[in-house]
Design a protein around this ligand. Structure first.
Ligand code: ADP
Length: 149
């Protein structure tokens, strides 16, 4: 019974778009490139609990520059109060909102990034409407929330 369910879900991956399983942009924890990583901001970041933080332009929260991998901060001293611009940012690839979950799974498997910015294809301004990670695709595959340890 589980096997039938799993095979059915795998076939669904072809039909499901990433827009239907992404995290909507208004729920995404992001920071501007000029944010200073002082104790308050680092605390907020750690409380949010995400391992990747999309970084946007100073006066334009719709223009993304890259992403900060939180693991880089393991040895960081918040008293140094460095701006995010002093840290290495990883590439945040863009994916069209009508990309299938199967295609994004193949992209994630290439290993260059495990997060992508979802771009609205129904809008000429190519606005970002969410983020998608491997976990979103796996969740749609097994049809249940994955509870982090
Ligand atoms: P993490 O490693 O940070 O827990 P996952 O890749 O396991 O992230 O994704 C878990 C869920 O959190 C997914 O639904 C994903 O879309 C969402 N997510 C990832 N990063 C962020 C973020 N910065 N803000 C909001 N949601 C996020």
């Amino acid at each position: 019974e589980d096997e039938v369910h799993i095979i059915g879900s795998v076939l669904d991956l072809r039909e499901k778009t990433i827009a239907s399983v992404m995290t909507p942009i208004e729920d995404v924890f992001t920071l501007p490139i000029d944010a200073v990583l002082d104790r308050k901001t680092v605390d907020k970041m750690l409380t949010a609990g995400y391992s990747r933080i999309p970084i946007h332009a100073v006066d334009n929260p719709t223009q993304y520059i890259g992403m900060l991998l939180v693991k880089q901060l393991i040895a960081y001293d918040a008293d140094d109060e460095l701006p995010i611009s002093r840290f290495h940012l990883s590439t945040l690839p863009e994916a069209a909102s009508d990309t299938s979950c199967l295609d994004i799974l193949n992209f994630f498997q290439e290993g260059k990034s495990h997060m992508a910015l979802v771009i609205d294809v129904n809008n000429q301004k190519s606005s970002s409407i969410g983020v998608i990670t491997l976990e979103d695709v796996i969740e749609s595959l097994i049809g249940e929330e994955i509870v982090d340890e």
